[in-house]
Ligand binder design. Structure first.
Ligand SMILES: Cc1cc2nc3c(=O)[nH]c(=O)nc-3n(C[C@H](O)[C@H](O)[C@H](O)COP(=O)(O)OP(=O)(O)OC[C@H]3O[C@@H](n4cnc5c(N)ncnc54)[C@H](O)[C@@H]3O)c2cc1C
Length: 465
């Protein structure tokens, strides 16, 4: 887009949201211009903070008229650079954080309507207070917003039981690039009147619309939780037992894996004590959630599966909230501990279940062949075949290792993004696991909804050849 002089646009934006919500001071903009990992950053003309759907629509229209790109941003916890300005191009960051209302939970149907800028944690609190719960959970829960979670089709720690964000969205309201508002909120659980906006926008990463409201289906709140951390000799045992736990435990809520190197990073960063007397190569964190009546039977089932496995080296079990939080910290604090050690290259990938172990054995060689001194930290949602590959010690602007790892994933019939999206980080590699026909169709949808390329240009789709 060929941008006109910014001043009239800034005046128009101030007229829409009030001068105090148009941030132009570099110090105020800074937190919106750099991503969570510190790897992606650029400069925005301004950060605009609308507080209603009508204001979002007017902001988008003003930017479209001025031919200035709009970069939608929620909690800015995304890990692929899609929510921050790109180097060398200026746009307006549209922050949804003031769209943070959480409506009353409908206790009979288990539903809630919230603003797209509502943080997941606030929605979880409201749901739990009403006897319900949100079926998606992420370690970034205090900042990640519902709109960002739909836009990335977030996964998280409970996918093994409840599926991804898309599965929980009854309806959305959103503003298109021409400033028109689409979608219906509150929506209906069944509404077969054509294309669903929730489906179109799940995974669209801010390139098709700015989501303004989300109508969410909740899940039953389960009060009996048990968490076990289990140590193993090798990851092959972790993968094997994970499959068996899925088949035998109806109460399974989470299945998370990590390795000795990641645990060491977490302990160095947090000062947490070692979970066991000895160190072991691989760890599995299991959470069960069920009703009080079924709790004893489910924990016995878990114990009997663990007892049968020769690879189990040590087990710690927590049955109260504080103990569970202590065990979860070893897993949940991986992302922050890795970030504290440097600017990581983060490659979030999925492998077919039967190639997961092979991948963890091959990826160190792939990285070392290019950068022998790089540090590799793997962890992930093992129940979903999802491994987070983190590489420390690389130049932030050199993607050679990233490309090699993603090629390995593609050669093993995996996906180059499990849950974080494509953003700017992986758009050049999109064709590794999506066909030319897929990409052409995505491009056609983008062009139909946003012919001028107002919304998040440079994100998700590769440049046309
Ligand atoms: C510690 C940590 C743990 C994490 N764990 C997980 C995990 O387990 N699973 C997982 O899936 N992710 C995880 N993430 C990544 C991140 O939290 C998710 O991608 C989340 O969905 C992003 O939400 P956000 O509001 O922060 O979006 P942002 O980072 O602000 O934006 C992400 C993308 O969505 C677009 N977007 C944001 N809001 C809107 C909107 N209203 N309308 C249209 N587009 C929008 C942006 O343009 C951008 O492309 C983690 C991140 C951190 C820091």
């Amino acid at each position: 887009m060929g941008a006109m002089s910014p001043d009239p646009l800034l005046r128009a934006l101030e007229g829409i949201v009030g001068a105090v919500h148009v941030l132009v001071d570099p110090a105020l903009r800074a937190g919106f211009e750099s991503d969570w990992t510190g790897r992606y950053h650029g400069r925005a003309l301004a950060v605009v903070r609308p507080s209603s759907t009508a204001e979002v629509a007017a902001v988008v229209r003003a930017c479209a008229d001025a031919q200035v790109p709009v970069i939608p941003q929620g909690g800015n916890t995304g890990l692929v650079g899609g929510g921050v300005p790109r180097p060398g191009s200026t746009g307006v960051v549209l922050s949804t954080r003031r769209l943070d209302s959480v409506g009353a939970v409908d206790t009979s149907s288990g539903e809630v309507v919230a603003g797209a800028g509502a943080p997941l944690g606030a929605v979880q609190d409201a749901a739990r207070a009403a006897g319900w719960d949100v079926g998606v959970d992420l370690a970034s829960r205090d900042s990640a917003t519902l709109g960002g979670m739909v836009a990335t089709n977030a996964g998280g720690e409970h996918v093994v039981r409840y599926g991804r964000m898309r599965n929980h969205v009854i309806g959305v309201e959103a503003v298109l690039a021409d400033g028109s508002t689409v979608g219906r909120v509150p929506a209906l659980r069944k509404d077969a009147t054509g294309i669903e906006w929730a489906g179109v926008l799940a995974g669209s990463e801010g390139t098709l619309a700015v989501i303004t409201q989300v109508h969410l289906a909740l899940v039953a709140r389960l009060d009996a939780h048990a968490v076990a951390l289990v140590a193993f000799d090798d990851f092959a045992s972790v993968a094997r037992i994970a499959g068996e736990l899925r088949a035998t435990l109806p109460s399974l809520l989470a299945l998370e894996a990590f390795f000795a190197g990641g645990l060491r990073r977490v302990r160095d960063h947090t000062g947490l004590p070692s979970p066991f007397a000895d160190d072991w190569p691989a760890y599995l964190l299991v959470e069960l959630a069920t009703s009080a009546e079924d709790a004893a039977r489910e924990t016995e089932r878990l114990a009997s599966v663990l007892d049968r496995h020769s690879g189990v080296r040590a087990t710690a079990v927590a049955e109260d909230e504080a103990g569970a939080a202590r065990l979860w910290a070893y897993r949940d604090r991986h992302t922050e501990a890795i970030n504290a050690a440097g600017v990581p290259h983060k490659l979030d990938v999925t492998l077919p279940h039967d190639r997961l172990v092979e991948f963890t054995e091959r990826v160190p060689g792939t990285v070392a062949a290019i950068e022998p001194d790089a540090e590799l930290v793997l962890f992930g949602h093992v129940g979903d075949g999802n491994i987070h590959v983190n590489v420390l010690g690389l130049d932030p602007d050199d993607a050679t290792v990233d490309h090699a790892v993603l090629q390995l994933v593609a050669s093993m019939h995996g996906s180059i993004s499990a849950e974080h999206g494509i953003g700017i980080a992986k758009r050049r590699e999109l064709a590794l696991t999506r066909t030319d026909a897929d990409i052409a169709a995505m491009r056609a949808i983008k062009h139909a909804l946003d012919p001028e390329g107002v919304l998040n240009p440079g994100v998700l789709l590769p440049d046309p050849r």
